[in-house]
Design a protein around this ligand. Structure first.
Ligand code: ADE
Ligand code: ZN
Length: 312
């Protein structure tokens, strides 16, 4: 069974669809010299910010609500082609508004419609996670949550993403308290663009039940013990970590040390288009390039299933 718990809708937008929609609208992306290079990482980029620039370049071309319904359908269709059984799709309605001017509520409705239809067609079970964007600042946190809660039934969980180097997670505590009060589950990007203190903050101040990436937890043995004891799952995306230069290579990726410390680890894709990857490719890299055993990969797959927010 294949479970991907961490996939950004914005990071799945196909290059071909982006090109087609940009051409329709006369958007500058249509005349980009090398659209592939703008949207896809081919190797280490030296940091999280240049990687996010590739993820975040595509949404501007999706200028109508119907484009987001199509994006959602294509995301689920691609997941079905990979052989996924279950997919959690996360996106930031406020980021999409910033890029397109669309009302975030209209984007949520379109994405939820598209995901529902494609999930029914393909049999891939899906759940939506609403992202609060760090870059918009904590003063926008409560407003972003209010938007998600205006469509409460569409979401299973809330996440904090964007430039982790920017704003401390603790500043979003009121927003996450509101989300938890409404019954949303919590995962937080941390320990990717910043160190262990960021993971501690996500757990202590935001109530994170899972951590997006979290790989820099290896720098703090007490944190590893805490994650293991509490059963807090790390959503590890190997290829994304190479592209953001959080890990120097597959072979030197900290995943081995995380597993050895007893921390629950699930493999995920993060941004399949921006990283030109799939979930099966991530498992294959874990096996052949990291050198994990079949038993370790089975344990990882079981961890993903156990940590899923909406698997029965
Ligand atoms: N948004 C898309 N990919 C991301 C990542 N790897 N870290 C933080 N925010 C993201
Ligand atoms: Zn992510």
């Amino acid at each position: 069974m294949l479970f991907d718990l961490h996939r950004h809708l914005e990071g799945t937008l196909r290059v071909a669809t982006t090109r087609e929609l940009a051409a329709r609208d006369g958007h500058p992306l249509a005349s980009a010299h090398d659209l592939d290079d703008l949207l896809v990482a081919r190797g280490p980029l030296g940091g999280l910010v240049p990687f996010l620039a590739k993820v975040d370049a595509a949404p501007a071309a999706f200028s109508r609500p119907g484009d987001w319904q199509r994006a959602a359908r294509e995301c689920v269709a691609d997941a079905a082609a990979e052989g996924l059984d279950y997919l959690e799709i996360r996106f930031s309605p406020w980021f999409i508004r910033q890029e397109t001017g669309l009302a975030p509520e209209a984007v949520i409705d379109a994405v939820a419609d598209g995901v529902r239809a494609a999930s029914a067609e393909t049999g891939v079970r899906t759940a939506l996670i609403g992202i609060l964007l760090r870059d918009l600042g904590p003063e926008r946190g409560l407003e972003q949550v209010a938007t998600l809660l205006s469509r409460r039934a569409d979401f299973h969980a809330v996440d904090l993403a964007g430039n982790e180097g920017g704003v401390p997670a603790a500043d979003f505590a009121p927003a996450f308290a509101r989300a938890r009060d409404a019954g949303l589950r919590v995962t937080v990007h941390a320990g990717e663009g910043a160190g262990p203190e960021s993971v501690w903050a996500a757990v202590r101040h935001l109530g994170a039940e899972r951590i997006g990436h979290g790989v820099r937890s290896v720098e703090d043995p007490a944190l590893l013990d805490h994650l293991a004891a509490r059963g807090i799952t790390l959503e590890v995306a190997l290829t994304s970590n190479l592209h953001t230069s959080v890990a120097p290579s597959y072979a030197a990726h900290p995943i081995r040390r995380l597993l050895a410390a007893g921390v629950p680890v699930a493999l995920a894709t993060d941004d399949p288009r921006a990283s030109a990857t799939t979930l099966p490719a991530e498992y294959e890299a874990a096996r052949t390039r990291v050198g994990l055993t079949d038993a370790e990969l089975t344990r990882i797959a079981e961890t993903a299933r156990a940590a899923a927010f909406a698997w029965p």
